[in-house]
Design a protein around this ligand. Structure first.
Ligand code: FES
Length: 577
């Protein structure tokens, strides 16, 4: 056994537990031996934590125990010792009020699980939307060698001969039902056709966007983003990931060497090139905050002139399976490689640009060339103005082009419940020129910044065959959703932002070209409206909800908890016995 002497400096973090000759060392080894581990596993070989977000309550990650087995094979092969551990799994479809409320909680679970245990390197198993940022945030605060592995998207949905994209198809069909264009029986029948295999949402929603961010940041092996969950290649990648993390520990290739400013800039440009979800904005800001990169909301403008190369839902028509067959993210990165920082190192030790130099595209109808993009200037745009002094975001590629410049009368909903109560009321004074405003759905207000920003349209507008209106809120929007939707307005209403003081009938101007969102109410009038304002009372005032509401930061900085920003590394903790 290496270094089994308290006076020596330990070569491995895990040897601070397993390399000691005293009663603590005995305890650490002896209890672990109850799982049948032989003596030589404690000899100083890299101990690899496999951080697993498996849960039957999170269907997108329900296959992660199989994936973990392949990671373990790779770790064993490379001479490491894999130890799988669970963390809270936030499934997007079941968790209420929103999985985002728990992103920061999971990041704490991950951080403390890594720091408190004899782990030298970690593999992050990520899939459903929030499981990716929460694991990356927690691991960033520890900063040990880390590699990411996504669970992969589901196969394409199919119903009555038509392809169906998860999320996007639901929004489309539910609006058809509300507009009287689809029967409720057909709507319910489509459920089983939409989700046919293991994996996460198969549009370029938040999960696929974040898997692409993992790859473009350099945290995973090449090809991670698009391989379907049920393709054998996903399991091969898992095994190779297991092998590689052992080498990363031996090379001391820590997360902070990969997650540099240049890596984030590469990710922002990739986000634009794939027409990725607006949710990546808030997640990348939070991850950067943990690792210590000074990323700002305006930095996302780096991608604003980038074209969207992917004809994929929700902006286009194809699905992640098609993206994989067309060459996956490496083919996109190759196409934009002249825009990428050539020095950004990735998990395999090579640079992002080196990794994709031989990448090929096999289907130009899915991955378009730079000189014939799917959409020009498609990056996420940051808006400012008196309605969002700290910023708001819009995804022009998911919007109706003529609505990107629009002036209309506000129709205000104070809460999501009020919206649901009133939106179907035929007497509601609203038409397609109105600007729908939803308050109190930000980080503090909801709480957790729910994906409700793509408000349903009033049936009387839908019946005219109109499927989009300008909508403004402090909420987020599902990555699978679409529309001319201004999101993440900051400061949020519940923090006393001007959004709280908009009244029905006020004029609002959206000027996407000019990066402006303006409420046509004078500062003096806004100040008068603000007099005596108090924040809304949360429906629960204890436990994690209270901690979250008291400490969550604005969407413009990533909605992390104020005391979690930054990292503490992995200093040796005091003994437990
Ligand atoms: Fe899990 Fe979409 S619901 S990725």
């Amino acid at each position: 056994m290496n270094n089994r002497d308290d006076k020596k400096s330990f070569t491995r973090r895990s040897q601070q537990w397993f390399g000691k000759l005293d009663k603590d060392g005995f305890a650490h080894r002896s209890w672990m031996k109850n799982q049948g581990h032989p003596n030589d596993l404690f000899d100083g070989r890299p101990v690899i934590g496999i951080c697993n977000t498996w849960s039957e309550l999170n269907p997108c990650n329900a296959h992660f125990r199989e994936i973990a087995d392949f990671v373990k094979k790779g770790v064993w092969e490379a001479g490491g010792w894999p130890l799988e551990f669970p963390v809270m799994s936030t499934g997007e479809v079941l968790m209420r009020p929103t999985a985002m409320l728990y992103r920061n909680l999971v990041s704490m679970d991950v951080e403390e699980s890594i720091r408190g245990n004899p782990i030298d390197g970690v593999v992050l198993l990520m899939g459903c939307d929030k499981t990716t940022p929460s694991l990356l945030m927690g691991a960033s605060s520890c900063d040990i060698p880390t590699i990411g592995l996504s669970g992969g998207p589901m196969l394409k949905g199919r119903y009555k001969g038509q392809e169906l994209g998860s999320g996007t198809g639901v929004w489309q069909m539910s609006e058809k039902v509300r507009g009287g264009f689809m029967k409720i029986e057909e709507f319910m029948d489509a459920e089983a056709g939409m989700h046919r295999s293991k994996g996460h949402c198969m549009t370029m929603g938040t999960a696929s966007t974040m898997a692409s961010m993992v790859e473009s940041l350099g945290v995973s092996l090449p090809g991670n983003a698009a391989i379907p969950a049920v393709d054998a290649q996903r399991y091969r990648l898992a095994q190779l990931t297991g092998r590689r993390i052992v080498e990363m520990v031996n090379e001391d290739l820590r997360l902070s060497k990969i997650l540099t400013r240049h890596a984030f800039e590469n990710a922002i440009k990739t986000l634009a090139a794939i027409g990725g979800s607006t949710n990546a904005v808030v997640h990348l800001l939070a991850i950067a905050g943990r690792i210590g990169v000074d990323l700002k909301l305006n930095d996302f403008e780096l991608g604003s002139a980038m074209p969207n190369l992917l004809d994929i839902q929700p902006s286009g028509k194809h699905l992640m399976e098609d993206f994989y067959y067309a060459g996956g993210l490496p083919a996109v990165l190759k196409e934009i490689s002249h825009e990428l920082h050539a020095d950004a190192i990735t998990a395999n030790g090579k640079t992002l640009v080196e990794n994709v130099k031989d990448a090929e595209c096999y289907d130009r109808s899915v991955i378009r060339p730079l000189d014939n993009p799917f959409m020009a200037n498609a990056g996420i745009t940051i808006l400012r103005g008196n309605l969002a002094p700290n910023g708001a975001v819009i995804k022009p590629s998911a919007a109706t082009p003529h609505l990107l410049q629009h002036r209309g009368k506000a129709v205000v909903f104070e809460t999501i419940e009020e919206l649901h109560e009133r939106i179907n009321d035929e007497s509601l004074d609203i038409d397609e020129t109105s600007v729908m405003v939803l308050k109190n759905c930000g980080p503090k207000g909801y709480p957790g910044m729910a994906e409700v920003g793509n408000m349903p349209l009033p049936p009387k507008v839908l019946r005219k065959g109109i499927s989009d209106m300008v909508r403004v809120s402090d909420a987020r929007m599902s990555g699978t959703a679409y529309g001319t939707v201004v999101l993440h307005a900051a400061p949020e209403a519940a923090a006393g932002g001007n959004l709280a003081f908009v009244k029905t009938g006020d004029m609002i101007e959206l000027d996407t070209k000019g990066r402006a969102l303006k409420l046509e109410v004078s500062d003096a009038d806004l100040a008068r409206r603000k007099e005596g304002w108090t924040p809304p009372k949360p429906s629960m005032d204890r436990g994690y909800w209270k901690l979250y509401i008291d400490h969550v930061l604005g969407a413009d900085t990533g909605a992390d908890l104020d005391f979690l920003v930054g990292k503490s590394g992995t200093p040796m903790m005091r003994e437990s016995h």
